[in-house]
Design a protein. Structure first.
Length: 394
């Protein structure tokens, strides 16, 4: 079975009350060599640091064991036997949901005590068959683990959440017993009906914000929602640097011209080469939207034209420091980051001609050569944001 979709993963969290750290932990990882994505959500007992430690331990083990294709029963037994025992309650407790997506095979979900996953085919719930496993070891006897397998299609979604979502609003006049699983599913169905192509991040935000509203904007529990969206990939081309040999200028311009997605040119020489080869005029602007960086330029058919190494260095810094509360500014680096995060398949072409300006010893120490910065950006996009990135040198 050959699947040609992209898997987008987005999540949102809110801490309980005024806690500084969340007792829920979400991890996701792309295993490039196996063409797999593994995502895990764990909810530690209680709140704050103690709950976070339990959830981190659980999520890390679930991630590693799922990566190693361990049997689901074995995964559950090892996790439950490893968790430290609470000195007050005399129990070790952390829930988890693990999703294992093999691109050319089935997707598997393993659940222990989290609210049931929502599996959507378009805006309709997918009735997949769940298996219930009863653990039989002496320590964990009688505990239930649920699992299911299904063949994903384009426009399928998996929504996983902690009980801070389903129990939100508990005790209120509207939801005396909490928002509830069925109500959450109806809410998800309604959103997808209205916005069939809503992104994973935005859907997770809508669900989380509604749960927060149910709690009168004061979260009664750590609250987390993650969305996995199987969809048509969005493509982006980022070119920076002139080709090593002048005769490859035409090759670079042809790649830019024919690319079926959004296009960024980063670097004055790069822009000049493409403009010359394609007969397109570069229109410079003098609007300094970021005091640290030169302004952007404009070219017909190109989504963004910026200065090179300074802008890319700031892009690398933003990606490294990025969190779910990031709000993009209006500067060139922010615009590049926004385009990168909106894209799925990112093709980076690095010109290898040495720019004499970058060898000036009077320039700042942090000014790194182009290829190093772009390799850092590519690695961060793959590891932190699960993007599919290819890097080529010309």
């Amino acid at each position: 079975m050959e699947n040609n979709f992209y898997v987008e993963v987005g999540y949102q969290q809110k801490n309980h009350g005024k806690e500084r750290i969340c007792g829920d932990v979400f991890l996701s990882q792309r295993i490039k060599e196996e063409n797999r994505i593994v995502a895990v959500l764990s909810d530690g007992m209680g709140h704050g640091v103690k709950a976070n430690i339990l959830a981190t331990l659980t999520a890390s083990m679930a991630m590693n064991f799922t990566r190693e294709h361990k049997d689901v029963t074995r995964i559950a037994e090892i996790i439950m036997n490893t968790l430290p025992v609470c000195s007050q309650r005399k129990i070790s407790y952390s829930t988890f949901t693990a999703v294992d997506i093999e691109m050319n095979a089935q997707t598997s979900i393993l659940e222990y005590d989290n609210p049931g996953s929502f599996i959507m085919r378009g805006s309709k719930p997918l009735d997949s068959e769940w298996n219930c496993l009863i653990l039989s070891s002496e320590k964990n006897k009688g505990k239930e683990i649920k699992s299911c397998h299904f063949d994903p299609r384009k426009e399928d979604r998996i929504i996983i959440c902690s009980d801070g979502i389903t129990q939100s609003g508990m005790g209120s006049k509207k939801y005396p017993f909490g928002w509830g699983w069925e109500n959450v599913q109806q809410f998800i169905t309604g959103i997808i009906d209205q916005q069939p192509d809503i992104s994973a991040q935005k859907l997770a935000s809508r669900i989380l914000n509604t749960a927060y509203k149910n709690d009168n904007y004061h979260a009664q529990d750590d609250t987390s929602c993650a969305v996995i969206y199987f969809r048509e990939p969005r493509k982006l081309l980022l070119c920076s640097g002139p080709p090593f040999e002048n005769e490859n200028d035409t090759k670079l311009a042809d790649i830019v011209k024919e690319y079926p997605g959004k296009k960024i040119l980063s670097g004055g020489t790069t822009g000049d080469i493409v403009a010359r080869e394609l007969g397109i005029e570069i229109k410079d602007t003098f609007e300094f939207t970021d005091p640290d960086l030169p302004p952007v330029s404009h070219m017909d058919g190109i989504d963004l034209v910026t200065e090179g190494i300074l802008t890319l260095s700031k892009v690398s810094k933003i990606l490294n420091e990025y969190n779910q509360n990031w709000v993009p500014g209006k500067g060139p680096a922010d615009k590049i980051v926004s385009l990168l995060l909106e894209s799925d398949e990112i093709r980076i072409i690095i010109g290898t001609r040495i720019n004499v300006a970058h060898q000036d010893p009077n320039l700042p120490v942090e000014l790194e050569i182009r290829r190093t910065v772009l390799k850092r950006i590519a690695r961060k996009l793959e590891e932190k944001f699960l993007k599919e990135v290819s890097v080529e040198y010309i």
